[in-house]
Design a protein around this ligand. Structure first.
Ligand SMILES: *[C@@H]1O[C@H](CO)[C@@H](O)[C@H](O)[C@H]1NC(C)=O
Ligand SMILES: *[C@@H]1O[C@H](CO)[C@@H](O)[C@H](O)[C@H]1NC(C)=O
Ligand SMILES: *[C@@H]1O[C@H](CO)[C@@H](O)[C@H](O)[C@H]1NC(C)=O
Ligand SMILES: *[C@@H]1O[C@H](CO)[C@@H](O)[C@H](O)[C@H]1NC(C)=O
Ligand SMILES: *[C@@H]1O[C@H](CO)[C@@H](O)[C@H](O)[C@H]1NC(C)=O
Length: 498
């Protein structure tokens, strides 16, 4: 079982040539809006929204890039809108509360397919299906080499484009897109000490249209989700867009109840997300795709990008439509916000009345049930050293960590291409203190390959973790060499020390 996971993880990191990672560390808003699926009206569930502030019931490329608009992401030229459902915890007595989102979101732009073309102006798409409530495949996935090369089963690929990563920074990281539904509450209590990371991969094969009637069918997944063969007629290759959000599910350890997504999904299989292209122009994005190929993936290493601080980005919010004023989506309340039924599946979820839409008055929204004595189970944070930190929404402190660098050499046969997908794991990976890295023998190169960053709560601060690839010299028999081919080290640095 373990070896299968390892194979999948290694396959996942084997081929991307370049990428960048867009940090959007604060939300522009949290509410029932979805300008793609529910354009012009109240959405039927709550989203956490990042990116451009030209957001609203009818957001599009023009509103997102309008003069004077801003972005909650770090690159000022990117006013794209990125959104996903929120996560909630429902106590066994039916009271629910929104789970705290940590560190905003990361949107990865990875170039897996060749000849990657910018998203055109007016482009938008949806990944995942909010009504799905079943996952019937094996766990973990079978080896990628056994997957069909023909990408005709898009349902199969869509469900494998969802990941629920159990975070425990003291253990080997799980591979991205490893698990395609929520782990059980008991499993999370026992294992996910640092929360749950929700992952969503978008389809990258386009038929050349900017949108379609269902907002999905102009885009298809290639045969291995991120790479492989595109279906016939879908020959335009867009970047592989990959969202990560982290939720402090660990705050509910030991509590009786269950986690669910805002559309009443306790399985996770209905996880989905939306994207509206809001880069300043298609030409700019194309130029960035062609130019920004530093293997670090850091936006700072792209000369075209203007970077703004997280404190400035955190001030970028959209104005919440007044019809949503009574929603109060975060506080403890009876049932999910707003009057959304829980649908367990395995059959597809069905539509329910949406409070605030024309036929359903807002007065049908039950008021929240917060009693004065209810204390919101949320993690609290305090500032670390101000000159090393920036504050995202909600008082979260992100401590930017510099890393020690070490690179040793590896026999060529065992060497892997520079990689990019977040948190690869291997059975050999291990947690090491920074000091043991800097003392590692036979260091030859100055710069490590950064695989991913992530966030962990450490006491009362949030620390940015840098996951770094370290090649290690192996002098052993071929079979032993294969066993030691790569170590993915994870560096957790104590807050305020760097
Ligand atoms: C439901 O249980 C939670 C956790 O014990 C508690 O805080 C909340 O007040 C309860 N809700 C009601 C309506 O009793
Ligand atoms: C792309 O697919 C959508 C949905 O099938 C269709 O409406 C549209 O016409 C297609 N576009 C092109 C350029 O073929
Ligand atoms: C990538 O960025 C690093 C850090 O800025 C820089 O030292 C390095 O030269 C860059 N690599 C390439 C290939 O541009
Ligand atoms: C953010 O907005 C607040 C309130 O308007 C203002 O006081 C603060 O200076 C702004 N911060 C930045 C970094 O622009
Ligand atoms: C799972 O759900 C999807 C869509 O709701 C449906 O098409 C599919 O047949 C279901 N599969 C199983 C095995 O129930």
């Amino acid at each position: 079982m373990r070896s299968q996971a390892t194979i999948t993880a290694l396959a996942l990191v084997s081929s991307a040539s370049a990428f960048w990672r867009m940090p959007c560390r604060s939300q522009t808003g949290v509410g029932r809006l979805d300008p793609i699926m529910d354009s012009g009206e109240v959405s039927d569930h709550v989203h956490t929204i990042h990116g451009g502030n030209g957001f609203g019931f009818e957001a599009d490329f023009d509103s997102l890039t309008a003069p004077g608009s801003c972005t909650s992401c770090e690159v000022t030229q990117d006013h794209s809108a990125y959104w996903t459902p929120t996560m909630h915890f429902m106590y066994s007595n039916g009271t629910s509360v929104m789970v705290q989102q940590i560190g905003g979101m990361l949107a990865y732009y990875l170039y897996y397919l060749d000849d990657v073309k910018a998203f055109p102006e007016g482009f938008q798409m949806v990944a995942g299906n909010k009504n799905t409530r079943n996952f019937t495949g094996p766990f973990p996935d079978t080896e990628l080499s056994s997957w069909p090369t023909d990408p005709s089963d898009q349902f199969f690929l869509q469900q494998r484009a969802l990941g629920f990563n159990c975070l425990n920074y003291k253990k080997d990281p799980e591979a991205s897109l490893y698990r395609h539904q929520f782990p059980t509450k008991d499993y999370m209590d026992d294992n996910c000490a640092d929360g749950l990371r929700l992952e969503l991969a978008f389809p990258s094969c386009s038929n050349g249209s900017t949108d379609s009637l269902d907002h999905k069918s102009h885009m298809k997944y290639p045969s291995l989700v991120k790479e492989g063969n595109c279906p016939e007629g879908y020959d335009v290759h867009h970047p592989f867009l990959f969202y990560e959000t982290i939720w402090a599910t660990n705050a509910f350890a030991g509590e009786d109840g269950e986690f669910m997504l805002s559309m009443g999904d306790p399985t996770g299989t209905g996880y989905h997300g939306d994207f509206i292209m809001g880069w300043e122009s298609e030409d700019f994005l194309q130029n960035a795709l062609d130019t920004c190929q530093n293997e670090s993936g850091d936006i700072q290493d792209c000369p075209l990008f203007d970077i703004q601080g997280d404190d400035v980005a955190a001030n970028c919010t959209f104005s919440m439509p007044s019809v949503l004023d009574q929603d109060d989506v975060k506080s403890p309340r009876s049932g999910l916000p707003v009057a959304i039924p829980v649908q367990n599946g395995p059959g597809p979820a069905t539509q329910y009345p949406v409070a605030g839409r024309e036929s359903v008055p807002t007065s049908s929204i039950p008021s929240t049930t917060a009693s004065a004595s209810f204390s919101l189970p949320t993690l609290s944070y305090t500032r670390a050293e101000p000159h090393e930190t920036s504050t995202a929404l909600g008082g979260i402190v992100v401590n930017k960590v510099s890393i020690a660098s070490t690179k040793t050499t590896l026999p060529p046969a065992a060497k892997f291409a520079p990689s990019s997908v977040p948190t690869p794991s291997s059975s050999e990976s291990q947690y090491v203190a920074p000091s043991s890295i800097t003392e590692a023998p036979s260091a030859t190169g100055p710069e490590p390959d950064i695989l991913a960053t992530s966030y962990m709560t450490n006491g009362n601060t949030v620390v940015e973790l840098v996951i770094q690839e370290v090649d290690v010299t192996v002098t052993a028999t071929p079979s032993a060499a294969a066993k030691h081919r790569r170590h993915a080290y994870k560096h957790g640095h104590a807050a305020g020390r760097f």
